[in-house]
Design a protein around this ligand. Structure first.
Ligand code: HEC
Length: 119
């Protein structure tokens, strides 16, 4: 009986830790994303202010005006089904931590969530 209890507790711990591991990425994706985001009026200015000093030409993706949209779409940098799994977003929880403000990241996520349109 004790042994069975130990096995049960053990498997419960394994199952539960499996759950937390699964939930962490989900929690990182905010629920109330901004809507009516315009690529040209809202997203490109973020790139102009924070990214083009490095990402214009040599460094992929090219985020300079006129090039950035095609680069992001053709290069699969956005995932409209799972916005928070987009490489364009994930880079900010790694090497690019702090290169855009939380508000700017929400704008980018909102744009992806609405279908990453060239609007
Ligand atoms: C100081 C220079 C610098 C700035 C500023 C910068 N980046 Fe980068 N970025 C890099 C370098 C270098 C890499 C490649 C190595 C890495 O992932 O850090 C990179 C990689 C990336 C990648 C992944 C590329 C790939 O093919 O996997 C994305 C997406 C990206 N940057 C987006 C951005 C965005 C959006 C901004 C502005 C908010 C930005 N970067 C600002 C230098 C920069």
């Amino acid at each position: 009986m004790r042994r069975l209890l130990m096995i049960l507790t053990g498997s419960l711990i394994v199952i539960l830790s499996g759950c937390t591991k699964y939930e962490i990425p989900a929690a990182e994706c905010p629920e109330d994303l901004p809507t009516n985001v315009s690529y040209s009026a809202d997203v490109q200015p973020i790139f102009d202010a924070n990214c083009v000093m490095c990402h214009a030409g040599g460094q992929s993706p090219d985020l300079s005006p006129g090039w950035s949209y095609d680069e992001l779409i053709d290069g699969d940098y956005v995932d409209t089904d799972f916005p928070c799994s987009s490489p364009l977003y994930e880079v900010f929880s790694g090497t690019h931590d702090g290169r855009a403000s939380d508000e700017e990241l929400l704008t980018i996520l909102g744009w992806i969530d609405e279908g990453a349109k060239d609007n």
